[in-house]
Design a protein around this ligand. Structure first.
Ligand code: NAP
Ligand code: GDD
Length: 342
């Protein structure tokens, strides 16, 4: 008996989630194709280890494209004709989206449209996953679930909400198996350095080891529901294995402030910090030396202050629940950073 290998196409393969998802799919015996964009420096660090594994490398292919380039997207989808497409590619930084709102819309919104339009023309049987986000809830108070009204308050969130509705529209109009994951924040050792969790972990370790004097942050009172990317990519895959396409909140159901994240990390690193002052003058001290300061430039024009997801639907229908909690997440990030410290 011969089984046809499933084929997946991953947009955003070089990102945090793209790396975890590719490894998961390869373990499940998929042939994985990834889209990388041209950059002046190497951007494949997060997936280089796949090439080092002989078994994985033979099922893994990279192609140049870009979410701004509709024709190349069309031709690649036609050539590869995958069973499943995961759209993880995005200008994914909320603060940066206020600086480059037009680019954020072009990539996050129109990029999604380009993929779905190609699927519609080439093969509407291709299943599609869209990387939606808890940022779409914006100022709607927690706990947030699939029925919570959206109230996006950044160009990033608006671009993603538009892509969310495009995905639903193609599902309803053309019967495409298209799902939105509404994922809350998820982190890992592969998290980009300008997101707050990785900035805190790297900053504290650098300070502890004498490589950096201070860490500068913005709003430390916003609250997030932080999970681990390894858990969350499994939910993406599960969505595409259901009988019917649908949209799901993926989260941990637990909420911490940025300041909590700093305090937990500092305790784990054996750095007994104390906080003094308020507002922009609030500072963290280690042995009477200032190690963390608040800088106005890291505040956003509008801030999502409180996110906490209710993932009951995913638990019930996808049989999904997170394995990591905030402690095992931070342990993983710290251990990895210390192992790779130079
Ligand atoms: P990430 O690390 O920033 O990765 C983004 C990926 O998109 C990278 O591979 C990046 O390529 C690629 N990309 C950016 N612009 C592109 C373009 N114009 N054309 C093609 N590719 C482009 O993001 P992530 O944390 O893995 O998140 C994956 C997706 O989930 C994103 O859509 C994000 O918005 C969404 N999301 C993330 C979270 C979270 O907490 N991580 C939560 C909810 C939703 P380079 O490597 O070349 O930059
Ligand atoms: N990046 C950053 N840098 N954030 C800071 C800083 C800082 O120096 N200081 C405080 N923060 C606060 C932000 O204002 C925000 O309230 C919180 O830390 C988390 O910021 P990020 O780590 O940048 O993540 P995010 O919540 O804005 O967005 C991430 O999660 C979304 C899902 O809710 C990104 O991964 C998005 O792509 C994703 O959709």
């Amino acid at each position: 008996m011969s089984f046809k290998k499933k084929v997946a196409l991953v947009f955003g393969v070089t990102g945090q989630d793209g790396s975890y998802l590719s490894k998961l799919l390869l373990k499940k015996n998929y042939q994985v194709h990834g889209i990388k964009r041209r950059s002046s420096t190497r951007n494949t660090e997060r997936i280089d280890d796949i090439y080092e594994d002989i078994n994985e490398a033979k099922n893994f292919y990279l192609h140049y494209s870009d979410l701004s380039d509709g024709l190349s997207i069309y031709h690649l989808i036609k050539k590869i004709n995958p069973d499943e497409i995961y759209n993880l590619a995005a200008q994914s930084h909320v603060a940066v989206s206020f600086e480059i709102p037009e680019h954020t819309m072009i990539i996050n919104t129109l990029g999604t449209l380009k993929i779905l339009e190609s699927i519609k023309i080439i093969n509407p049987k291709i299943k599609f996953y869209q990387a939606g986000t808890s940022e779409m809830f914006g100022s709607s108070p927690p706990p947030q679930n699939e029925n919570t009204p959206f109230y996006p308050i950044s160009p990033y969130a608006i671009s993603k909400l538009s892509a969310y509705w495009i995905t639903i529209n193609y599902r309803e109009s053309y019967k495409i198996f298209a799902c939105n994951g509404i994922l809350f924040n998820h982190e890992s050792p592969l998290r980009g350095e300008t997101f707050v969790t990785q900035k805190i972990i790297k900053g504290l370790i650098n300070i502890k080891l004498g490589k950096q004097k201070k860490l500068y942050l913005g709003n430390i009172y916003s609250k997030r529901d932080w999970g681990h990317a390894e858990d969350f990519v499994e939910a993406m895959w599960k969505m595409l294995q259901q009988k019917k396409p649908d949209d799901y909140v993926i989260s941990t159901g637990k909420q911490y402030s940025v300041k909590d994240f700093i305090d937990i990390s500092a305790i784990k690193l054996n750095m007994p910090i104390t906080w003094r002052g308020v507002g922009l003058k609030e500072k963290a001290y280690l042995n009477d030396k200032v190690v963390i300061e608040i800088k106005l430039k890291y505040f956003r024009p509008s801030e999502v202050s409180s996110l906490k997801g209710n993932y009951n639907k995913a638990k019930k229908l996808l049989k999904w629940k997170p394995k990591y909690d905030i402690h095992s997440l931070i342990d993983d990030m710290i251990n990895n950073e210390i192992d790779n410290f130079d």
